[in-house]
Design a protein. Structure first.
Length: 173
């Protein structure tokens, strides 16, 4: 989380407005021994949820100040419910098995290009009809439904509270 905080602080020092924030970091960790971030979080969880959560919340003072801003979270179509007793995270799905280092390292034959994934993200950032839209989920360029748990108000509130604790936002940040 220290690296995320440092990145956000750098952006805030240099910019008084952010037009678009694309959270595109992610990992897919094969089964095996538990791997942890420097903060002691399970690594899959740390990279895929608290890091983008924090990176979105810290620059809130400059999001939407001069004109509307857009935030896009790149996610996976491989969604599952949240197990609150063992948090791991699955969160625009840019495409299945795009030709990236992560896909190749997993021994998977790429089924699409990184450019196709980038085009899907760009479409969300540039589509006029989506300029004031939030809370939607896209598979490539097609709007679709999220995992049913994503629509559960109580679970969303619970996850937000846990996320604020994990990122120390509940301490007045």
């Amino acid at each position: 989380m220290a690296e995320v905080r440092a990145s956000a602080e750098g952006v805030l020092r240099e910019h008084d407005h952010i037009d678009a924030l694309v959270n595109n970091a992610g990992v897919s960790i094969p089964s095996g021994p538990r791997r942890e971030s420097l903060d002691g979080f399970e690594l899959h969880l740390a990279v895929n949820h608290p890091a983008p959560f924090l990176l979105t919340h810290l620059p809130l003072p400059v999001l939407g100040t001069a004109r509307p801003s857009l935030v896009v979270n790149v996610a996976s179509a491989g969604q599952s419910s949240v197990d609150f007793e063992d948090l791991t995270a699955n969160c625009l799905h840019p495409g299945t098995h795009l030709d990236t280092t992560m896909v190749r390292a997993a021994g998977i034959a790429p089924a699409g290009t990184a450019e196709e994934g980038a085009n899907a993200v760009h479409r969300l950032l540039s589509a006029e009809r989506l300029a004031h839209s939030t809370g939607r989920y896209f598979d490539g360029v097609r709007e679709t439904r999220m995992h049913p748990q994503a629509y559960d108000f109580d679970d969303r509130a619970r996850l937000r509270g846990i996320s604020e604790q994990l990122t120390a936002l509940d301490q007045g940040d």
